[in-house]
Design a protein around this ligand. Sequence first.
Ligand code: B12
Ligand code: SF4
Ligand code: SF4
Length: 376
Amino acid sequence: MSNSRLSADSIRGIAHEVGFDLVRFGPADPGEHAEHFTKWLDADRHGEMNYLATNKDRIVDPQLWREGVRSSISVAVDYSGPPGELPGGGRIARYAVGRDYHRWLGKRITKLRNELEHAGLPQGSMKGGTDAVPVLERALAVRAGIGFLAKSSMVISPTHGPYLQLAELLVGEELPFDAVSPGTCGTCTACIDSCPTKAIVAPFQVDSRRCLSYTTIEQRGFVDRDLREAQGEWLFGCDICVEVCPFTSKSKRRDLFGLDRPKDLAPHRIVETWTLVDVLEMDEARYDAEFVGTAMRRAKRSGMRRNAATVLGNRREESALPALSIAMRDNDPVVRGHAAWAIGRIDPKHSALRSAMTIEDDPRVRDEIQFAMHGE
Ligand code: B12
Ligand code: SF4
Ligand code: SF4
């Protein structure tokens, strides 16, 4: 290793100490993955995530993000654990059940950066983060040997499985790159076959516009009607392509080994105590007070209430009809429209639909009410 007083083993030791389960070194650029990414953008598979297209140049060329970076210290935390389920129904993807990982994982990356500076790496040459960074984190992780790229497009570690949150610190040092990870999907297609919306359109390729992780989190406004039933129980995100993966049960996951879950991953009180009706009914003040510090804030209040209505409809939850009827008079047309859809699934002849039709003036909501009552 050039330009550094630190050995590769010391860097690894510091990163493990800071709290990363996997630490590998690889190139600081995405290599051939850059082309896959630009093709994906060209096919509009990013939907409304315009920040990906806007940052395209920096994403494919990390030198534009921080000049002089040569290596990536790619790290991962195993976030496996029990499914996130609200009492009475509604599922939250595992990555979002605890504190917002952008915060706690971001803090670990900052700590790693500070510790490495303290140990001798020049601070100015480092740039890092997690998720909300203009880098292809999966590409860097694969190139560093954290895991292999699977058909679901998840990076899977043969030892720790797919429940990995990725982060990275790009540095100006020439670190000794690790070997690429062993492991392959072989002939398995379980994730492709099980995806409820057929979002994995080809091996390694996800069309966000169909992925529940996009429609329930990133997408604003109305969700296409033909994707709502497939949303099933999912209130926020989706874990199906990971749950069905054979590497999930084969791996040394934290939960299978009875290891302590870090407190950051402990389920938030919303996940432990709220019902779907609570989510549907929450006002702005309650949303602000309770959702602060959770990754679920990404969906915004409107998105969470929309999702709650959809799941209540999928559950055909008759006891939710009074709350859904009140939601038909909400200020938010997205909530009104999805509440109408949900009522239609439970009781298409319900009086709330007829009375809402007499006063509704938003054409999209009128269309939803019409569909709820008559299926057309
Ligand atoms: C946008 C985004 C999404 C989008 C699009 C995902 C996608 N697969 O395209 C949506 C909202 C759908 C999403 C969903 C999820 N995401 Co996401 N997401 C991101 C984000 C912000 C950018 C990724 C991106 O640019 N996607 C565009 C595609 C083209 O790139 P990619 O996802 O890296 O996929 C690679 C391969 O697909 C390959 N490829 C593409 N086409 C082809 C074709 C061929 C032939 C080949 C060989 C390869 C290939 O090239 C890509 C680059 O390496 C990253 C964070 C980051 N900064 O990287 C997190 C990230 C990828 N997401 C993550 C997670 C955890 C999830 C979810 C599990 C969350 C959930 N439970 O709800 C789901 C999983 C869905 C899935 N099967 O991918 C983790 C991945 C962890 C891991 N072990 O892989 C990341 C790294 C965040 C993090 N810091 O932990 N996500
Ligand atoms: S997260 Fe769910 S919807 Fe998205 S690709 Fe995986 S199984 Fe399909
Ligand atoms: S379910 Fe099968 S095809 Fe999909 S990622 Fe896992 S091993 Fe690969």
